[in-house]
Design a protein around this ligand. Structure first.
Ligand code: PTJ
Length: 260
């Protein structure tokens, strides 16, 4: 529900609508107060990126699609921000990959678990894990609430898609031998640095692209998918993202044309 009437002609219309989704998710109990701060942090990086999906990110999206298609037991982790922003794409991903979605919250409470589950179920999700007693397993070494996971979901998954994440869990999941795909507008973040595949892009732009890429690549055989994954180097990709940001900042510093 949009709280203010934003005219479509407003130059920041798209960005303001994204904000309204989060504020509405916050008012409905799904988004943590801290989730609004996280969005602001992301927006700052998105400005530097020129609010567009770079070729470097497209390469990461392709690798992520291959990793997810090759997975035996993928799981899509969902926090409050992701549910509020991209529920339709989360449901599409779970249908394309025939995998469950799991509620996993840093600021976990029964009320927030239920609010996030409701968004997912209303959005068409058929199997929502990680709510209440279902989140009874623990990721070794993670003492905070994000360490609680479902025995039939993240705990036994081989590949986990964890967007907008704090770094601890990415590292702990990798220590369990899992492959981690993340989405983060900040290439500096610990999760961006620790994941196997990091998509540095806004989740509202890259989740639809990830869905299309999975659709496009699902006819490929495992050897072809594996070849694409083997060619991908996350550290190199992150370096190229930093270079893209540096180039945009240099352009701005020289008074160059930033739109384009
Ligand atoms: O719903 P909960 O309780 O699990 O809490 C979710 C938040 C996001 C509050 C929690 O995971 C958190 O505190 O995350 P951080 O440590 O602030 O990290 C969030 C990261 O996501 C930051 O590096 C942001 O730059 C990035 N980010 C924020 N919004 C977006 C984003 N990346 C992509 N798309 C966005 N829209």
């Amino acid at each position: 529900m949009v709280m203010v009437d934003i005219p479509k002609s407003h130059p920041r219309y798209e960005s303001l609508m994204v904000r309204e989704k989060l504020v509405s998710g916050f008012r409905g109990g799904a988004v943590a107060c801290e989730g609004l701060i996280a969005q602001g942090r992301g927006e700052a990086f998105d400005y530097i990126l020129g609010e567009r999906t770079h070729d470097v990110a497209l390469k990461a999206i392709k690798a992520a699609a291959c990793v997810l298609l090759l997975a035996k037991k993928p799981v899509i982790s969902v926090n409050g921000n992701a549910a509020a922003l991209v529920v339709g794409d989360i449901v599409t991903l779970s249908r394309l990959l025939l995998c469950p979605v799991e509620v996993n919250l840093f600021y976990r409470s029964r009320e927030r678990e239920d609010a996030v589950r409701k968004i997912l179920v209303d959005g068409g999700a058929s199997s929502v894990l990680g709510v209440s007693d279902d989140a009874s397993e623990r990721i070794p070494g993670l003492l905070h609430e994000r360490g609680r996971v479902s025995a039939s979901g993240i705990f036994c998954a081989d590949v986990v898609l964890v967007p907008l994440e704090d770094g601890d869990r990415t590292q702990a999941l990798r220590a369990m031998g899992k492959t981690v795909v993340t989405v983060d507008l900040s290439p500096f973040s610990r999760s961006a640095q620790a994941a196997d595949v990091t998509i540095v892009d806004n989740i509202v732009r890259c989740y639809p692209l990830l869905c299309s890429e999975i659709e496009r690549l699902k006819g490929f055989d495992d050897a072809q998918l594996r070849g694409i994954v083997d060619e991908f180097d996350n550290q190199k990709n992150l370096s190229l993202m930093f270079t893209a940001m540096r180039d945009r900042l240099s352009l701005a510093a020289c008074g160059g044309e930033l739109n384009g």
